[in-house]
Design a protein around this ligand. Sequence first.
Ligand code: F6P
Length: 366
Amino acid sequence: DITIGVLTSGGDAQGMNAAVRAVVRMGIHCGSDVYVIQEGYQGLIEGGDKIHRTKWFDVSGIIELGGTVIGSARCMGFKEREGRRTACLNLIKRSITHLCVIGGDGSLTGANKLREEWTSLVEELHSLNKITVEQKATYKKLHIVGIVGSIDNDFCGTDMTIGADSALHRIVDCVDSIATTAHSHQRTFVLEVMGRNCGYLALCAALSCCADWVLIPESPPEEGWENQMCERLNRAREYGSRLNIIIVAEGAIDRNGNAISADYVKKICTERLNQDTRVTVLGHIQRGGRPSAFDRILGTRMGCEAVLALLDSTDETEAAVIALKGNQMVRIPMMEAVAETQEVGKAIAAKNFARAIELRGRTFNR
Ligand code: F6P
């Protein structure tokens, strides 16, 4: 029998509750004790009632809720070794040997660091008289598994991350709403959507809503793109369109790596085309609200598979992330996937856009 801990960390994403619920229930179903850790790594460090044993019906009525009911945080303390040592102690106090972390690449990196340092942290705790010699002998390893919750769909190795589908639905709803007022007043709208290093939401929203132009970080436009865009917008109006829609990912840049803001795009449309142009930044509305059916099912499947991965884990097993590949749940090496994900950001920063697209291409279907 194993004791499992589950936490959500980093930015929340719709569908995280489905994953938490599945980890709790699958864990109980398989005969394990399951503890929920509130407020991510912050709760792991604080301990006390932030880490509590959870029963089957404690996770009733959460699958349909957005966000994460167990709370999340971007925790600085966990980046310090002392914070991780306290986290280690809090896990040992509750006999938690298996941890499921639901978050983005940063959260998974933190989990892996804790796993790697585990043995030395346990030794430190013993030498500080915080744990007994029996505890030191019992808690030799920490087993971890990751599930990626991120509305950006920015993790390499999985076709979809939890929350991306719901966020895309929300964006599409917003664009559809804006289109009606744009149509009435013959206006142009520039919409900024989330996605720091990842254009998935912007690109898919543009395709779904027949936008006139889209700007994403992985594929910055050629020099002179402003003229091309203006031509395209003009042509649409000449063919009778009463509106133009432009989608800008928050991380959009030009070929020199300079940010392209929604306000800059507005300026172009206003000054060069004399179009009545408005900017709408969708912001956190994309991350809020109810999860789509897809995200509820994805979270559930990933949560169940995460428990099975923890049950299969031996002292030699590498940390895994649960991924969706071709509609199958698979386990992929955590740190390889994290490294590849971070490589996309580095490739964009180095203006190696071909590499960024190549890495994304493994996730997004052509
Ligand atoms: O990573 C998800 C995300 O929603 C990004 O798209 C966005 O840049 C960021 O989180 C915003 O984070 P915060 O809510 O901490 O401001």
